[in-house]
Ligand binder design. Structure first.
Ligand code: SAM
Length: 235
């Protein structure tokens, strides 16, 4: 990796401070909702201490309204699923919806994707999902895109040997940006790269569901771009 744009969020010493009113309101759902550094206490203990059952540990960055998380957990009851999103109000609204959900093989975190290497331990995670991230289209904002060297290094660290990261985006320029960072990287093999998922790989797992945002893009006839990255870590 040549690019190094680590900001303070990737720093172990980063200190949280919250003024958002929805921060405290999330307490109502403490059975299955966590915030930021509360979650960091569970590093390497998610299955034993939090889920209290063995199972593939899955992590979604940017769960939004939680549609994928719920669908995936229903179809795969054996998984332990942690979905995270950094918007407080969206997190609160999602928590209210999840409170009535019959199965609880998920936990929901109000946290930033930049923090994954402090939330999860080394080689703790089986699968990661990163769907329709904010594209930060203006050139001066490109550096805010999560998909770059520090995040890829963090993902590599927390994924098990052979662990997989699934990525989808609607955004041409962000997809191109991702492809450039994937090409020649030393951490992941690229098992799938497509700029038109549904036309080229209609039978692929990634084409078997539509996230909330994805439905909107499909209605607008925007081709879905997708990548599957497999960790090169040796066991
Ligand atoms: C366009 S929405 C997509 C939501 C969902 N994945 C979907 O496909 O329907 C992007 C989501 O990512 C969240 N997000 C953006 N940057 C993030 C970050 N650095 N860490 C965690 N969540 C983030 C936003 O709050 C938002 O809910």
């Amino acid at each position: 990796m040549t690019e190094k744009t680590k900001d303070k969020l990737f720093d172990k010493e980063f200190k949280y401070s919250h003024k958002n009113p929805y921060h405290d309101k999330l307490d109502e759902f403490s059975e299955f909702v966590m915030r930021d550094n509360e979650a960091e206490d569970h590093q390497l203990k998610w299955n034993t201490d939090v889920f209290k059952k063995e199972g593939p540990l899955c992590v979604e960055v940017g769960s939004g309204f939680g549609h994928f998380m719920l669908e995936y957990c229903e179809k795969n009851p054996e998984v332990n699923f942690v979905g995270l999103d950094y918007r407080f109000k969206r997190s609160y609204n999602l928590a209210r919806k999840l409170a009535n959900h019959p199965t609880k093989n998920f936990r929901y975190l109000r946290a930033r994707g930049e923090r994954v290497e402090f939330i999860f331990g080394e080689s703790e995670v089986d699968r990661m999902f990163y769907f329709f991230p904010d594209p930060w289209p203006k050139k001066r904002h490109n550096k805010k895109r999560l998909f770059q060297a520090p995040f890829l290094e963090a993902a590599y660290k927390i994924l098990k040997p052979g662990g997989i990261m699934y990525v989808k985006t609607d955004h041409d320029a962000y997809a191109q940006w991702m492809a450039e960072r994937i090409e020649g990287n030393e951490l992941f093999d690229c098992e799938l790269k497509t700029f038109n998922l549904r036309e080229e790989y209609p039978e692929h797992f990634l084409a078997s569901f539509k996230t909330k945002f994805e439905k909107i893009f499909i209605e607008k006839n925007i081709p879905i771009k997708a990548f599957v990255l497999k960790s090169k870590k040796q066991s």
